[in-house]
Design a protein around this ligand. Structure first.
Ligand code: GAP
Length: 447
């Protein structure tokens, strides 16, 4: 993991937040390449969920919501983690931290940081929601929360969306947005943070049909994840046991990835029944039932939710793409000898930069032609111009950035207007006419 974190910084994917002040715990900023990668993932999700389907509408609800929303949703009472303190070293842990030996609150319990015995307090519940104040007065009546999930913005708007878009049940609402959780033990880079982005979709169905839709959405979501190019053997399902289920869920499956720190979820499919809508109906005192125009039946819909973390999915994509390899043959020689390379084998359509343009040398008309090609390509793709250092070193930098194609303008290019295109993964080079590069890359980047 340390190697990935260091590559992410070196190449401008992810930086620690407020680094010049020593950083802010488990908060991260996305640099020039990271913002592109995460945006490509989010756009792919939006396209498959909203644009390619007739039965799902998009929404962008506000982060701040009426405080009663979180009472109705059960988050004020139930969105808690058990927390223990070490009275000796003052560190805090989740009570289920696997590093804790013994039972917290008992003399046998041992602090995983300072090693003291009997200093861990008995677990107490800690609410994970961030609180803030609305308006100038910091008083209890002004308390509001930063949303811990985007889903509630969808529930409180479901009738607005349904009526304005004239959707009929079954239909869904999709949203991408920030969520905040005051996690007790964040960590593992962008895996568990206190501020993160979710890509959530709530699918509203007739009661009695939720199991069928649950299975359909499980299959759809796994297909989408596989479409990111993730190796199949690194993916698996995990069904929540009774003690793992969130307070709103009747059934839940996680899609897990085998991270360097073990198997962990990055997306969940949840059967939320009518838990949320019924509670909002009760707390808001407003009817949230749906009138079926065909049967004239009225019912509160059941909800099947698909909930993915944009940051965790980005981490999955980065972990899965990261490889250290030996480079053989001509390229190793061009590089001045170093045969090891670090490469991000990102799916080309997800890669932040689609191609890099290199004049072989900075003379003999090569830079002029290279600039012309770069200017032409950048109207179609995110491309990069690099004329610094040996060509081997320039290839290595783009390998680390995950750039799938390297376009080199050499002596032959100025004679016949062709260039070489080097494939990041196979290292094979094609000679392509400069005026056919847009078509060539378009074809390669599809999918
Ligand atoms: N609306 C349902 C919900 O929020 P969840 O399992 O708590 O369900 C869904 O969260 C997804 O959000 C997770 O699979 C994960 O990808 C992401 N996520 C949750 N907490 C996170 C955190 N602290 N940091 C980064 N991502 C997080």
């Amino acid at each position: 993991m340390d190697k990935l974190v260091s590559l992410a910084k070196r190449r401008g994917f992810v930086f620690q937040s407020s680094e010049i002040y020593g950083g802010l715990g488990s908060v991260w900023d996305y640099g020039p390449l990271g913002v592109e990668l995460k945006k490509n993932i989010k756009e792919r999700w939006w396209r498959s969920m909203v644009h390619e389907r007739q039965d799902i509408e998009g929404l962008d609800a506000a982060i701040l919501m009426h405080p009663k929303v979180w009472e109705a949703s059960g988050h004020v009472a139930g969105f808690t983690d058990p927390l223990v303190d070490c009275k000796h070293c003052k560190n805090r842990f989740r009570a289920d931290d696997p590093r804790i030996k013994g039972t917290p609150g008992q003399p046998d319990a041992q602090c995983p940081v300072c090693g003291s015995k009997g200093t861990l307090t008995a677990p107490r519940q800690f609410n994970l929601m961030f609180k803030t104040f609305m308006g100038p007065v910091e008083e209890q009546a002004a308390v509001i929360y930063l949303r811990p999930e985007t889903a509630q913005g969808i529930y409180v708007n479901y009738l607005n969306v349904q009526q304005s878009s004239r959707q009929k049940i079954p239909f869904g609402i999709a949203q991408i947005g920030k969520a905040f959780r005051n996690e007790i033990t964040p960590g593992n880079f962008i895996f568990r943070t206190r501020e993160f982005e979710q890509m959530e979709m709530q699918f509203f169905v007739k009661p009695g049909t939720e199991n069928e839709w649950f299975e359909r959405w499980r299959a759809e979501r796994m297909k989408w994840v596989e479409g990111l190019g993730i190796r199949a053997e690194k993916l698996r399902w995990h069904q929540h046991g009774k003690d793992e289920l969130a307070h709103y869920a009747k059934d839940a499956y996680d899609i897990q990835y085998e991270f360097p720190f073990g198997w962990q979820e990055f997306e969940g499919i949840h059967n939320r029944t009518d838990f949320d809508l019924s509670n909002h109906q009760k707390y808001a005192g407003k009817k949230l039932d749906y009138l079926d125009p065909k049967t004239n039946e009225r019912f509160v819909p059941y909800v099947v939710e698909t909930s993915a973390g944009a940051d965790r999915t980005t981490l999955v994509v980065l972990c899965d793409a990261y490889r250290e390899e030996e480079v053989r043959g001509g390229e190793a020689a061009e590089d001045g000898g170093g045969e090891q390379r670090v490469v991000l084998k990102l799916k080309p359509s997800l890669a932040p930069l689609k191609a890099a343009v290199f004049p072989l040398v900075n003379k003999d008309g090569m830079p002029e032609l290279a600039h012309r090609i770069h200017d032409d390509l950048r109207r179609h793709f995110n491309v990069f111009y690099d004329d610094g250092g040996s060509i081997g070193r320039r290839y290595r930098r783009q390998d680390e950035a995950g750039t799938p194609y390297g376009i080199t303008i050499d002596g032959q290019s100025t004679q016949d207007q062709t260039v070489t295109v080097r494939d990041r993964d196979t290292l094979k080079q094609d000679r392509v006419a400069a005026d056919k590069l847009v078509d060539y890359l378009t074809q390669k980047l599809a999918g």
